[in-house]
Design a protein around this ligand. Structure first.
Ligand code: GTP
Ligand code: MG
Length: 255
């Protein structure tokens, strides 16, 4: 499944997000420094790569280029996962099992989240990823590896004129996640999954993303469970070339 040469001990960044967002396009750009046509993914794909030269890993600010430890600090693993609804277990599995996940890059098509269907699909997936991170954090006694995993929402396809600007991607996703959160809680109650008394409280606590209360969900709430969430715009493709600077800067900050 994975290429043999890949070293799994490297800091790993997971590419997660709905189908068609541009995860594989971004991975191939990182690997070949060129944009190549992609097909929808059916299995995960890992590549070993390096932080491009224009960026400095946060751990290496005081080291000079040429210093072996400086070069080592630039190495990373990018792990692409399929976005199709039936194949998301690959991403979930990585999230739960990998000791080396340093960050999650949630890639969304900023034009598709301008529409109802695209927005709710992205919000549902992102909700589940954030909930998994929250559970990982609160149940940290049993899980290995760093419990705090930051999330970059890569608002991709900014070259399209229908793309929402990043601050609107953020607002729309927060609103839609508020809806998902409400519906999930309601669904649990209706289906009788939560059994009365203390169990019910426990169950609800476990399943409710972010802070309690009926208010709206904000990405800020994830900081309480060790997950910083930030939205940055970019595009892998485009008539004026690619723009993935903001994303690499974020990766550099995590290294
Ligand atoms: P799954 O593998 O199905 O989960 O999708 P994915 O997220 O890997 O999407 P992929 O990288 O295959 O990209 C989907 C389509 O979007 C491809 O046709 C890409 O060429 C296109 N695409 C990716 N990035 C951009 C971008 O920045 N702008 C535009 N206009 N198209 C892009
Ligand atoms: Mg893909």
């Amino acid at each position: 499944l994975y290429r043999k040469t890949v070293s799994t001990a490297l800091p790993t960044f997971l590419l997660i997000g709905p189908s068609g967002g541009g995860k594989t396009a971004l991975l191939t750009l990182a690997e070949r420094k060129a944009v190549v046509p992609t097909h929808t993914s059916t299995s995960p794909l890992a590549i070993e790569t390096q932080l491009p030269e224009d960026y400095t890993p946060s751990s290496a600010h005081y080291r000079s280029a040429g210093d072996p430890s400086y070069e080592r600090a630039r190495r990373l693993l990018l792990l692409d996962t399929p976005g199709h609804g039936k194949l998301r277990h690959y991403a979930t599995k990585q999230l739960i099992e990998s000791k080396n996940v340093r960050g999650i890059i949630f890639v969304v098509d900023a034009a598709s989240v301008a529409e109802e269907v695209g927005l709710s699909e992205a919000a549902e997936y992102l909700h589940d990823v954030l909930l998994a991170l929250q559970k990982r954090y609160t149940g940290a006694k049993t899980s290995k590896g760093p419990k705090e995993i930051p999330v970059l929402i890569a608002a991709n396809k900014m070259d399209l004129f229908t793309a929402l600007p990043p601050h609107l991607v953020e607002i729309q996703l927060e609103k839609a996640i508020s809806e998902v959160r409400k519906n999930r809680a309601k669904g649990l109650k209706d289906s009788g999954v939560a059994l009365g008394g203390e169990d019910e409280e426990l169950e609800e606590e476990r399943e409710w993303l972010g802070e309690g209360g009926e208010g709206s969900f904000k990405f800020r709430q994830m900081e309480e469970v060790g997950t910083g969430v930030i939205v940055k715009a970019g595009n892998v493709l485009g008539a004026d070339g690619t723009d993935v600077k903001g994303w690499w800067e974020w990766v550099a900050d995590q290294l």
